[in-house]
Design a protein around this ligand. Structure first.
Ligand SMILES: Nc1ncnc2c1ncn2[C@@H]1O[C@H](COP(=O)(O)OP(=O)(O)OP(=O)(O)O)[C@@H](O)[C@H]1O
Length: 237
């Protein structure tokens, strides 16, 4: 593991509060995420895990508290103080996202789906497609780049979603139940390949999961209960 506990965390949340109407989803969360670590976020349904992930990723601005992102070689930025256009740019350039249901665009081929973040970032299409096909191959999907999502198995589609999330070489990968829709064999396959790629690249991962077997792939886990961080412990160091 490339975690360096003495370095400043790549992401820091301080005193995060967030409410949806009367529902207090986050009630004062402090959390540091270290560069290169794979962090599992666990906890009961409705405890605030997705809200926390969305605040860390700059998808959502918390009602209170702050999120600071410290990219390697660039100045730290308080993402919770940025407007949506700046957060959108940062998400595209520095972060990758995988969700429970891959959310691939059904009318685009696997390779085109993977290319999207590169095209949005200004990469030319032939180069974007070349990089997409390389990554699909790394994920054991050689020859499937021309398939539509509907022609893939659940595990294959989720690997395409992982490729799309990693194609821009993000500093941080945010994953919300990335294998929650798969059976245990397909889930293990997706996780193993995903973690091989992120460990190799030194990508930091924040991964929500309900599943203890999935959390066992992480370096550390934190438990969210009622919008607060409960007991967390290091699984391996
Ligand atoms: N957009 C929203 N509008 C209203 N309430 C919301 C919204 N998003 C989340 N909530 C509420 O905020 C609380 C925390 O939700 P959140 O999705 O963060 O929990 P979670 O731990 O990720 O749950 P799950 O494991 O079921 O996905 C819940 O009570 C939820 O109902």
């Amino acid at each position: 593991m490339s975690t360096n506990d003495t370095a400043a965390p790549i992401l820091s949340a301080r005193g995060l509060h967030h409410s949806f109407g009367q529902t207090e989803a986050l009630r004062g969360i402090d959390l540091d995420v270290h560069a290169g670590e794979v962090l599992a976020v666990m906890g009961p349904s409705g405890s605030g895990k997705s809200t926390l992930l969305h605040c860390l990723a700059g998808v959502l601005v918390p009602d209170g508290g702050s999120v600071t992102y410290r990219p390697a070689g660039r100045s730290a930025v308080e993402t919770s103080a940025l407007g949506e256009p700046e957060r959108a740019r940062l998400r595209l350039s520095d972060f990758g996202f995988v969700f429970q249901f891959g959310q691939l665009l059904p009318e685009l081929t696997a390779a085109d789906n993977v290319s999207i973040p590169l095209l949005l970032a200004g990469t030319r299409r032939p180069e974007a497609l070349r990089r997409s096909r390389d990554l699909l191959e790394r994920l054991g999907l050689d020859g499937l780049g021309a398939k539509l999502p509907g022609e893939l198995s659940g595990g294959q589609a989720q690997r395409v979603a992982v490729a799309r999330a990693l194609v821009t070489s993000p500093a941080v990968l945010f994953a919300d139940e990335p294998t929650g829709s798969l059976d245990s064999l397909a889930s293990e396959n997706v996780l193993t390949l995903m973690l091989e790629l992120v460990r190799e690249a030194g990508t930091t991962v924040v991964m929500i999961t309900h599943d203890a077997r999935t959390a066992a792939y992480a370096d550390r886990e934190v438990i969210v209960r009622d919008g607060a961080i409960g007991a967390g412990y290091r699984v391996s160091a």
